[in-house]
Design a protein around this ligand. Structure first.
Ligand SMILES: *Cc1c(COP(=O)(O)O)cnc(C)c1O
Length: 375
């Protein structure tokens, strides 16, 4: 019997940096600044350098990061926020928190990211319905940046704010810009299984707008003003823990290498599976962070069951698009429904993907997936 295969093996990475993480955590225990310790500022500075963003604000999760940006924009009931329906629930959830209306938009069948033409049509429909278009949240699904140049043109023409939900794409890039510097602001997540993950919940916000950054820093800390006990706006407790920042600094030190490894694995999967399944399409100018490696296959559930029998863990991201979920199905969609989101929900299949997947294990996965698809 060979060893069980992990879908995402966090243990291999931990074994590599365990000594350094132990030292980093011990330092926090020694200085005792568990909240807003020096590691927070150090991490924010290093992330800013990494992604070419002027201001980085650590926060408690990728979901809070989205909520904080939308709060800073002053979103209110009657505002429409355009969200792709093929994403993790948090993208729509943060909009609903503020009483604004998520309007679900279809995605491109090749990249799985927001379809700019359907966005334009959806903006017109929302206006007809009496909503006030305010913001577009683009999601960089599975690690590939969305089509920011096209989305930015639409947002500029319509006067909308463009927020990048980069929870899955930190480390990716589009042309000469790294994720974090794409969009008017960007958010990411440090959930353990994301490309750059911590050992708990965490997230960050990226923007070049100094006023917005100050506003978000205040919101993150209960709406604090200059006087600690005179809160000047309604905020929240949305801070990143110092211990998580200390862990992230150690992980950031090996992140570039891990991205290279993810890219190599994705290329190998592509070369060995493209004759039996639709392999991921990454645009010419785009670099994916490969949070997920996701095929489109006919008869997906049967293929998945055969993989499981062969000891190959797979996942379905996402089986139910947002516009079909119980708490969200009353929100509007763009015109014509969302046929691409519906089709993807039926045929996507994600394979094990992490930087420590060795070639022998890749070969086992490739063999088994080919056999499973052959039936
Ligand atoms: C994971 C994820 C989030 C939320 O991040 P958390 O840190 O888990 O709150 C938001 N959007 C997308 C697209 C995600 O994949």
């Amino acid at each position: 019997m060979s060893d069980p295969i992990a879908f995402i093996d966090l243990g291999a990475q931990q074994a590599r940096i365990r000594d350094k993480v132990d030292v980093a955590i011990a330092k926090v225990l020694d200085h005792g600044m568990y909240i807003n310790g020096p590691e927070i500022l150090e991490l924010e500075a290093q992330l800013g350098t990494f992604s070419g963003s002027e201001h980085v604000i650590g926060c408690a999760s990728g979901t809070d990061a989205l909520g904080l940006v939308l709060m800073a924009r002053g979103l209110r009931p009657g505002d429409a926020v355009f969200v792709p329906a093929f994403t993790f629930i948090a993208t729509g959830e943060a909009v609903a928190w503020l009483g604004a209306t998520p309007v679900f938009v279809d995605v491109d069948p090749k990249t799985f990211n927001m379809d700019p033409r359907h966005l334009e049509a959806s903006i017109a429909t929302a206006r007809e319905q009496g909503l006030k278009p305010a913001c577009v949240i683009a999601v960089d699904l599975f690690g590939q940046p969305a089509d920011y140049p096209a989305l930015k043109d639409i947002c500029d023409a319509e006067g909308l704010f463009l927020l990048a939900d980069a929870a899955q794409s930190y480390g990716g890039a589009l042309a000469d810009k790294r994720v974090g510097s794409l969009g008017d602001a960007a958010t990411t997540s440090f959930f353990p299984a994301k490309p750059l993950g911590c050992y708990g919940d965490g997230g960050a916000i990226f923007t070049d707008d100094a006023d917005m950054a100050d506003h978000i820093r205040s919101l993150r800390n209960h709406g604090a003003g200059a006087d600690r006990y005179d809160n000047v706006r309604i905020g929240m407790n949305g801070r990143l823990d110092t211990i998580q920042a200390a862990i992230l600094l150690e992980k950031l030190a090996i992140f570039e290498e891990e991205l290279v490894s993810r890219q190599r694995i994705a290329e190998r999967y592509n070369a060995t599976l493209e004759d039996v399944a639709t392999v991921p399409f990454v645009g010419n100018a785009a670099k994916s962070a490969w949070a997920q490696y996701t095929l489109r296959v006919a008869d997906r559930d049967a293929v998945r069951a055969r993989c499981q029998d062969a000891g190959i863990p797979t996942q379905v991201y996402y089986p139910i698009p947002l516009h079909k979920q119980t708490a969200y199905k009353h929100y509007p969609t763009g015109p014509g429904g969302l046929p691409v989101c519906d089709a993807l929900a039926a045929d996507v299949l994600s394979l094990p993907m992490h930087p420590y997947l060795d070639e022998a294990t890749q070969d086992r996965i490739i063999e088994s997936v080919r056999t499973a698809i052959a039936g």
